[in-house]
Structures are given as C-alpha cells and as structure tokens.
Design a protein around this ligand. Structure first.
Ligand SMILES: [Zn+2]
Length: 178
C-alpha cells in the first residue's frame, strides 16, 4: 500500500503518514534491540562482528550477549583464529614462500620437511634419508604463522602434526607425500 492510499483511507496528510510510519519503525527497532540476543543469532553475527561489519545497534547487542555467554565467547575465539589463519594463509608472499620450500624439497628428493624453531625465526629444512639440507629456508615469525597456516590448509589430510618439545625447541615434521 502506498503512503498516498493510506493517507486517503485514514483521511490524514501524506506527510503525517510518513512521520507516523517512521516513528513506528523506530519503535519496533527499539523493541527488537531490547530483546536479548540468543546464541543462534549471536553465532550468525560473529564473522561480521570480527570483520567490523556490524552496525552499532547489532554490535552492542552481540557484545551484551558475549559478556554473558561463555559458549559464544569460545565460538568467537575459534572464529577469530580461523579468520586469522585464513587471511595469513592466502597472503601472496606466504603462498610464494611455501612453493619455494616445497620446490626446494622436491629438487633435493626429500621425503620430509622439518620446521625447526630457532630463537627469532624458523628454519625449514628438507631431508632425505635422514640427512637434512644444510642451508634450509629461513622464515621470520610473521612468515612462520602464515606458512604454517597455509600448510595446514593445504595438507590437512597428509599432515602428521607431531609437536615435540625438545630442549626448548619445537620441531614440526610434515611428511611430504610427493
Ligand atoms: Zn550464546
């Protein structure tokens, strides 16, 4: 129904119809925003929230819900991690670095790639029959996060994720199936 038709039926001015509609919509919004968010609707907003895409009203309602709901806070942390990993994994420099590491390993006929955490950076070394490439490829801490994220996405099914702390070092070994 158009505003003009409503105005005619009610015998009031079009401007009055518009302003009453506006007031009604605002009242409805206030009521809806006053209703506490439930977990289902909170969870559908989490990604938008993390990407800063929520309008202030929804943002506030979600934050109120999160403050009271440990389950949704857990969900939020998982989503945050996932988002960080996905962003890091699709970074161009990271993609190039992973290719470099794998090409290096394939050229060396390697069966494994070892990621050795050192003081400030990580050394990716290919190894064949237990002998490790002496030089390896160096990753700084930012690259490391991205490269590991990429590897995780890429090798999800092939990864033998053994995190063995050794003398303060952590060794990641990924079995290279190729
Ligand atoms: Zn919840």
């Amino acid at each position: 129904m158009k505003y003009a038709e409503i105005a005619e039926v009610l015998g009031i001015a079009v401007g009055t119809v518009k302003s009453r509609m506006f007031a009604a919509v605002n009242a409805l919004r206030a009521i809806l925003e006053g209703i506490p968010m439930n977990c289902d609707s909170a969870r559908t907003e989490i990604i938008a929230y993390l990407k800063n895409e929520l309008e202030p009203g929804k943002r506030k309602r979600l934050e109120d819900h999160l403050a009271k709901c440990p389950d949704c806070r857990k969900e939020l942390e998982q989503a945050r991690r996932l988002l960080t990993w996905t962003e890091a994994a699709s970074d161009e420099a990271v993609v190039a670095k992973v290719e470099e590491i794998f090409q290096n390993a394939m050229l060396a006929n390697a069966s494994d790639i070892h990621f050795e955490s050192q003081r400030d950076d990580t050394l990716a070394r290919a190894s064949s029959r237990g002998r490790r490439d002496a030089r390896g490829r160096r990753l700084d801490s930012a690259q490391r996060v991205g490269v590991l994220a990429r590897l995780r996405c890429w090798l999800t099914l092939n990864v033998a994720d053994t995190s063995l702390p050794q003398d303060g070092r952590i060794k990641w070994t990924f079995r290279n199936k190729e």
